[in-house]
Design a binder for this molecule. Structure first.
Ligand code: SF4
Length: 407
């Protein structure tokens, strides 16, 4: 096998085997990987459009029992900095999202034992009754599994109840590397094994939901294990066709238990490019400018990405681990157009919604990212009192003697 033979095969739409992908990932020069990935991008998106979505990344709670050792975001049950957002806080965030042309919430959070399935159903119904056309891209597979364990209901039943309450699509978070050896070392095998993660996606796809898929690389995994992850995603996509997009980012080490250093920009671009080559049945690859910064994010458009992801309004998880890049719609569009593409707004299904909103009407510039809550705000939303807590700390907090958040 040679690089040029494989380049010809890929250019004709042929598939790579695992050995061929490993050969390219480890041996091909970066410019050659980029050229091949860009060819696939151009074949799939010949109109030269690069899309993005305006949505808000809201983390409804940072309380988590999973304790992944790569995570700087979570707080233990009972920790003074633990929070749960109130419904009114989430409505306010939706109002702010609508004001800048946003169309959905990306809603994810920790595995909080004191938030039962009913809390999510009530929240989703409340959102849909106030904002009927607003979309909920919510609850990654490990969160769905957590709710399944908490409610003692099988995953398909949990998904059915969430869909009934208003769930529109499922984000591909919590995949990390879909190899159990790696998951055990990252202490995230307990929250979801590789098979469990993939099975939630199969169930979601069968239930008619579209989902995304992700990969966080740069901890303990080998190059072969990254490829194993990609091939497992490709297999599920062959079965169901339910993934809309793939997003990869590098591990962000600051303030984590695991520590270490971050992969370089070149490693990101090579990983993105090999993903574009392996995932031949995925239509869309996003650039992760949130972890890589705007400049590498823009370069991603020459390494297989055809989408700039989200115009972030709020970010908590990556920021906790030391990365805090911010680009509003004006800046994203400037980067897309400067790279020679047409910038278009989209929804989660990758339907084009139109031209940049700031060219259609006046929208406020966002030069910094919001957070879930102001620092030091430890208020407890009053509606939490309606839901039974499982942990001792949660029970204490919801005792009638504990002061609640003023309405
Ligand atoms: S990555 Fe998610 S599941 Fe893991 S500790 Fe952080 S919040 Fe919890």
């Amino acid at each position: 096998m040679s690089i040029s033979e494989l380049e010809s095969r890929v250019a004709e739409g042929g598939r790579l085997t695992r050995d061929e992908a490993l050969f390219l990932y480890s041996e091909a020069p970066t410019y050659a990987l980029g050229r091949m990935a860009d060819g696939v991008r151009a074949r799939k998106h010949p109109e030269g459009v690069v899309t993005y979505i305006i949505d808000r990344n809201v983390n409804y709670t940072n309380v988590c029992v999973a304790r992944c050792n790569f995570c700087a975001f979570y707080r233990d049950v009972g920790h003074a900095d633990g929070y749960v957002l109130g419904f009114d806080e989430i409505f306010k965030k939706i109002d702010e999202t609508l004001a800048v042309g946003g169309v959905q919430l990306l809603l994810q959070g920790g595995h909080n034992p004191d938030l039962p399935l009913k809390w999510f159903e009530d929240l989703f119904r409340a959102v849909k009754s106030r904002y009927p056309s607003f979309k909920l891209h919510a609850l990654s597979p490990p969160e769905v599994i957590h709710l399944s364990r908490l409610s003692r209901l099988p995953v398909p039943a949990v998904l059915d109840r969430l869909i009934d309450a208003g769930l529109d699509s499922v984000p591909g978070g919590g995949a990390e590397i879909l190899v159990d050896r790696v998951r055990k070392l990252l202490n995230c095998y307990g929250k979801a094994s590789s098979d469990e993660w993939l099975d939630v996606m199969r169930h979601a796809h069968r239930a008619g939901l579209r989902t995304t898929a992700t990969m966080m690389y740069g901890t303990v995994e080998t190059m072969e294990e990254r490829l194993e992850h990609l091939f497992r995603l490709r297999d599920v996509q062959d079965e169901t066709g339910g993934f809309t997009a793939f997003i990869t980012w590098s591990y962000q080490p600051e303030h984590t238990e695991r520590g270490g250093s971050e992969a370089t920009g070149i490693e990101y671009l090579r990983t993105l490019a090999i993903a574009r080559l392996v995932l031949d049945n995925f239509d869309n690859l996003q650039a992760s400018w949130v972890t890589q910064g705007g400049k590498v994010g823009q370069l991603s458009l020459a390494f297989g990405a055809n989408d700039m992801g989200s115009v972030m309004i709020e970010e908590n998880v990556v920021r906790a681990a030391g990365a805090s890049y911010c680009m509003d719609e004006v800046e994203i569009v400037r980067n897309v157009e400067d790279a020679g593409f047409l910038a278009k707004r989209r929804n989660m299904h990758y339907d084009i919604l139109g031209d940049p909103i700031f060219r259609l009407r006046e929208v406020p510039r966002m030069l910094s990212l919001a957070t879930a809550r102001e620092d030091g705000d430890t208020s407890v939303p009053s509606e939490l009192m309606k839901y039974e807590a499982r942990s001792a700390a949660g029970k204490r907090q919801r005792s009638p003697r504990t002061p609640t958040r003023p309405q």
